[in-house]
Structures are given as C-alpha cells and as structure tokens.
Design a protein around this ligand. Structure first.
Ligand code: FES
Length: 97
C-alpha cells in the first residue's frame, strides 16, 4: 500500500443512491442529472486534473437529499437541485484558483 496526498484541490461527492421509492433517497431529486451536469462543467472549465466529481452511496442524510459534499473543504449541500449546480461550481472555483 502507498499513501500520498490527493491530486485534487476539491472532490465533489454526489450521492446517487436510489431506493426505487421504498424510502427517500437522493436519486428521487435527480442527483444523477446533477452529477452529470457537474462532470460536464468540470471538463468544460478545464478543471479535470484538479477537481473530481464522484458519485457515492448513501451519506446518511437521505431525508434532506439530494446531498452533495466538497472535500477536503468539508462543505455539505442538502436539498440540491439542478439550478443550484452553478452556485456550487462558483464555490469550487474559489479552490481552483
Ligand atoms: S440516499 Fe443520499 S444521503 Fe442517503
């Protein structure tokens, strides 16, 4: 095993857990579409080597979803909609400088 620092200044974690309506989950709020938009924007802005968008499983905040977190900044967004994505990208831009 090797240990090293993350190559990313910001890792955008998007919960895309889907419980298919059995219980609330982030996919109910179109989190896969939010993930896709963020990925597209990260590529378009030339951030790909410094910012990573990853989908995750449940973060334990399902009732507040869709949930998204920024690391290593430790920022959590809940109740995210596609129309919030550009605001989140503006926050990420502060770390990419
Ligand atoms: S389903 Fe997304 S936090 Fe639980």
């Amino acid at each position: 095993m090797n240990e090293s620092n993350t190559p990313y200044v910001c890792h955008i974690l998007v919960c895309t857990n889907d419980r298919h309506g059995e219980r609330p989950s982030c996919s109910d709020g179109m989190s896969p579409e939010i993930r896709d938009y963020l990925k597209e924007q990260v590529e378009k802005r030339g951030w790909k080597s410094r910012v990573r968008v990853s989908q995750t499983g449940c973060m334990g905040l399902c009732a507040k979803g869709p949930n998204l977190m920024l690391y290593p900044q430790g920022i959590c967004y809940s109740g995210v909609t596609l129309s919030d994505a550009d605001t989140i990208l503006a926050k990420v831009a502060e770390f990419v400088k």
